[in-house]
Design a protein around this ligand. Structure first.
Ligand SMILES: Nc1ncnc2c1ncn2[C@@H]1O[C@H](COP(=O)(O)OP(=O)(O)OP(=O)(O)O)[C@@H](O)[C@H]1O
Ligand SMILES: [Mg+2]
Length: 372
């Protein structure tokens, strides 16, 4: 966590003023924080909660904050895990499985209600929790104040899914959205400040050339003002410079960093796909002759059947394969353009969207998995 957070003063003040009543024993309104990725949401909420804990410790008020990143594996995969984690944060150990979920619920609420206090639970990446378990847990969490005798509970939900609230049940929506705070993307100037601040903390003086900061900021600004992207570019450029034994970070190192980050991203995406989806991608890859040829859905399907047969995989229907093609398109690994074939219906014109430098690596991965 950086020691200061430029360009988030307003959001942090807003958050603080909503949460501050906790120090006087009142429960803050629930808060919904949203904004695209890398806009400082997680950083800001953690900063504010830390401050709140510090102040409450200093002045003896009973405030407990819990921060949970719902995307973390084994933390919030199921409702059971979520409540087990919440209990853990309250100092109660829970076995990995075994108890009925409603017992965990009850244990948790009894635990927080042990004494008069305000409990604030921040659920970061709340959309991934919702996708896994639905919104009933949220309903229960936001309703519980009526049942608690001593303690009071507030919820902070954080997401980069801008339409998340609309997916929720009306009652949950209005309750979680009592206060809404939008984190806007950073512009290039703001990203430059953020980089400069962190350069002071992370690099020796004179190591980073001026043009490097501008370049990282500009590239990240193009990509919806994502501070993580800007910082990643700088960090990876630094690592590359060090590895090459060069004395200073220059713009050319940022170019290499950009390529490396993109490569890692594509490779990670491909590796993390389910086997069926990888088989579809491999079929496209085999047909497309190093990315030079476009192919049609039907051809991909025929090739896919062969790949499945060679690898003893149970093949899916053409319709399902077509869905998988759509998903690969959304992930940015292929481009699938719908074309009309008149009265013969519609098909898709498919091409690879992987750059030449990465293609070889992806092909290697898939070939070891599916053979030639
Ligand atoms: N104003 C800032 N000053 C310094 N560092 C920042 C600032 N904003 C973001 N960062 C850094 O940028 C990275 C991304 O920020 P953060 O994790 O808070 O984004 P986010 O909005 O939670 O993104 P996501 O939606 O992807 O979770 C982190 O390393 C964070 O420390
Ligand atoms: Mg975040």
């Amino acid at each position: 966590m950086p020691s200061n957070i430029p360009h988030r003063e307003n959001e942090i003040n807003q958050l603080s003023s909503i949460i501050a009543p906790a120090l006087r024993g009142y429960h803050p309104n629930n808060i919904f924080i949203y904004g695209t990725c890398g806009t400082g949401k997680s950083l800001s909420i953690r900063f504010v909660l830390n401050q709140l804990e510090d102040i409450s410790r200093a002045n003896g008020s009973e405030v407990k904050t819990i921060y949970i990143n719902c995307k973390m594996k084994k933390v919030a995969d199921t409702e059971y895990r979520l409540f087990a984690q919440l209990l853990q944060e309250m100092g109660v150990h829970v076995p990995d499985t075994g108890l009925p979920t409603d017992v965990l619920y009850r244990n948790f609420f009894e635990k927080i209600d042990e004494k008069k206090r305000v409990v604030i639970i921040a659920l970061d990446e709340i959309d991934s929790l919702f996708k896994k378990v639905g919104d009933e847990f949220l309903y229960n969490l936001t309703r519980v104040n009526g049942e608690l005798k001593r303690a009071q509970l507030s919820i902070v939900g954080i997401t980069n899914d801008l339409s998340f609230l609309n997916n929720l049940d009306m009652r949950v929506k209005s309750s979680l959205g009592e206060e809404e705070i939008l984190f806007k993307p950073y512009n290039a100037m703001q990203l430059k400040d953020i980089l400069q601040n962190r350069i002071k903390e992370g690099f020796n003086e004179g190591i980073v050339e001026e043009g490097v900061i501008n370049k990282c900021a500009a590239l990240a600004a193009q990509e919806h003002g994502d501070a993580r992207r800007a910082l990643d570019l700088l960090r990876v450029a630094g690592e590359i410079t060090e590895r090459l034994g060069d004395p200073k970070i220059e713009e050319k190192h940022v170019d290499i960093a950009e390529e490396k980050i993109d490569m890692d991203r594509v490779v990670e995406t491909v590796k993390s796909q389910p086997r069926q989806s990888q088989a579809v991608l491999y079929s496209v890859l085999k047909l497309s002759n190093n990315g030079h040829t476009r192919v049609l859905t039907g051809d991909v399907f025929d090739e896919y059947i062969k790949v499945c047969a060679n690898n003893s995989i149970k093949s899916l229907t053409q319709r399902r394969v077509s869905d998988l093609i759509g998903e690969l398109d959304m992930l940015g690994v292929i481009t699938a353009r719908v074309i009309s074939k008149g009265r013969y219906g519609r098909t898709r014109d498919i091409s690879l969207a992987i750059s030449d430098s990465v293609l070889e690596k992806v092909e290697g991965i898939l070939r070891t998995r599916f053979g030639d």
